[in-house]
Design a protein around this ligand. Structure first.
Ligand code: ZN
Ligand code: ZN
Ligand code: ZN
Ligand code: ZN
Length: 243
């Protein structure tokens, strides 16, 4: 049911398709009363478009902030190199400011020049948001795809990087994974186009959306959002004050 094709608006919690969320962000969350002028960016796996994000970034910010954010939410495993590319695969400096781009422009971000993950970035709008310190603000993200264990009915938590090449389903639940012959080759399931590559396990991804928080939390926060991982309180406050 939950599919990578639909996702959540991180500002109000509502669920949308990948295209509909753009209109929603432009109409409902475009703060017309002044603040920071931003580029609204759609970001998707170049070869797996079920993984997608929407972020806004001030036009005065540089691409380096986008690179840092992509590493955190999607990519970082062991400090590989990365770069941005424009038309004709010409490299674009990470110091380039967002105001150099117009609506419709596309950029390719590549992380790790060995087992490369290519990310497609499209400038889809000009928006205004309340001023905040952090350059990148996450606005929407796909709901994590659910994979089922290849040998039982449970949902998978790990995948085998040995079987990934010759099996239709290299996914395992915790229990079946521990009994599998390549137990040392397992990586955690993650909501990222880098899942299963190199040593990627999504440890830096603190941006998980929880559509079903406990009632207690919902009452307390009046807000259907919960983050996992460290920095949780900070990120919640961050959303509260700036959404
Ligand atoms: Zn919303
Ligand atoms: Zn790596
Ligand atoms: Zn299983
Ligand atoms: Zn295996």
């Amino acid at each position: 049911m939950a599919s990578g094709l639909t996702g959540n608006c991180y500002l109000c919690g509502k669920e949308f398709g990948k295209t509909a969320v753009r209109n929603h962000l432009m109409k409902v969350h475009n703060n017309q009363t002044g603040g920071q002028k931003c580029c609204l960016l759609k970001i998707e796996g170049a070869y797996n478009k079920d993984y997608w994000l929407y972020i806004d970034v001030p036009v005065t910010s540089a691409l380096s902030g986008v690179d840092a954010f992509l590493r955190k939410i999607w990519l970082e495993c062991c400090g590989h190199m990365s770069a941005f590319f424009g038309p004709g695969h010409a490299q674009v400096s990470k110091n380039r400011k967002l105001d150099a781009f117009s609506v419709g422009d596309k950029l390719l971000h590549e992380y790790d020049f060995g087992s490369t993950i290519e990310t497609l970035i499209t400038v889809i709008g000009e928006t205004t948001r309340k001023t905040q310190k952090e350059s990148v603000r996450l606005l929407a993200r796909n709901i994590p795809p659910v994979f089922s264990c290849c040998s039982c009915v449970e949902s998978a938590t790990v995948l085998c990087t040995e079987c990934i090449f010759d099996s239709d389903n290299p996914f395992f639940c915790q229990k079946c994974g521990e009994a599998h012959e390549h137990v040392d080759m397992m990586l955690a399931v993650s909501n990222s186009p880098r899942m299963g590559v190199c040593g990627y396990e999504g440890e830096l991804d603190i941006f998980t959306f929880n559509p079903q928080p406990s009632q207690k939390k919902r009452d307390h926060l009046n807000y259907p959002i919960e983050y996992s991982g460290e920095g949780q309180d900070f990120d919640l406050l961050f959303l509260f004050f700036y959404s």
